[in-house]
Design a binder for this molecule. Sequence first.
Ligand SMILES: Nc1ncnc2c1ncn2[C@@H]1O[C@H](COP(=O)(O)OP(=O)(O)OP(=O)(O)O)[C@@H](O)[C@H]1O
Ligand code: SF4
Ligand SMILES: [Mg+2]
Length: 396
Amino acid sequence: MTTLTTTSDADTDASPDSSPTDGDNTTTLRLRDLHTTFSSRGLTVHAVRGVDLDLHPGEITVLLGESGSGKSVTAKSIMRLYGANASFAGTVVLDGRGDLLAAGPKEMLSVRGPEIALIPQDPSAALDPLRRIGAQIVEVLRQHKAVPSRAAAKARALELLGQVGIPDPARVYRSFPHELSGGMRQRAVIAIAVSCDPRVLIADEPTTALDVTVQAQILALFRSLIDRMGSAVLLVTHDVGVAEEVGDRIGVMYAGRIVEYGPAAEVLGDPRHPYTRALLDSIPTPGVERGQLRSITGQPPVSGELPPGCAFAPRCPEAHDRCRAADPVLVDLPGRRLAACHLLTDDPDDTDTDTDTDSTAGPDSTAGPDSTGGPDSTATETSVETPAPAGEESAA
Ligand SMILES: Nc1ncnc2c1ncn2[C@@H]1O[C@H](COP(=O)(O)OP(=O)(O)OP(=O)(O)O)[C@@H](O)[C@H]1O
Ligand code: SF4
Ligand SMILES: [Mg+2]
């Protein structure tokens, strides 16, 4: 289970910097106040701005949001897959061990693959075009798993190819990547990713390059593999349909932050943040005519040029003066949900709300355990840790 954690949850956890997790203490990966900044040629991009997230075994947590919201950077920062122009702050803790952000290169090499594996959007980029699929799987197995012999590694590779729904493992084993369809290539990449039984799987838009039918097959496969393996999964997507299909929890990202978090069905069924509502209003839904869809006006902010106050304010139909003065913090909502919006904490009877231009209000001033309770009087400030069947698809 993956969780953005809350202060009320934290009361149940003895560790001072940890947050509880929906009653489940089996956190596999814990991100705390993760910041990722890129600097080049005098420009600074603050791509991730304080993300807390807990990933739990057997659960798929989805990071959902528009292009540029910081989903991929959050996911790849976990593995530190960036060059020297990236700097990180915060902590990333796997299985309660040391902070991966402080780990040396050798330790990171032993983590990437065997402990935390990545399934990228484009399977071609993950495969060596000059080597057969089988050789690539065998290499990973021999490097990271205690397989006694090459023959044993081959047998395991064939087994893995069968497990990811490839109808003819022996043929695919002998194939080069270009000899396979996109869906088959993605299955091969998934086979490599799961070959070492990773504790954490990160999937960055794993089905975006595939057509709808193959996408559905891959998502079903993904779900069944996770159910069987028990890995903790972070899945990045801009596609609400994908989030709905496989997500257990959803963190909605905007401008480098998680602005809403909770169980997938509840976030999608009853969104509490205006950005989540706008995102859902902009996608086709059965029974809703295309002409009734509303696109989100304006553009997401450029990371280096965030507006004061709430980053969504310039596009938010519900923005008021307070939004432009103070940055809302995530607050606990009933049902172990979190959202960062002044509407959830401001007092609706406070008629000054819309005209409040008190720019001295700090980012936390509208939320907290002492909040007078707004539209959602149970809201309390949070520390946010967040929080195919074989044969359906043929090789080319
Ligand atoms: N290597 C990098 N160097 C500098 N800036 C980067 C780098 N990678 C990402 N960014 C910037 O960080 C911000 C977040 O990017 P990110 O790739 O996380 O977006 P995303 O939410 O994954 O979007 P998409 O859906 O388009 O993949 C963007 O402004 C992007 O331009
Ligand atoms: S804080 Fe204000 S601008 Fe931001 S999402 Fe809420 S209502 Fe909109
Ligand atoms: Mg991305």
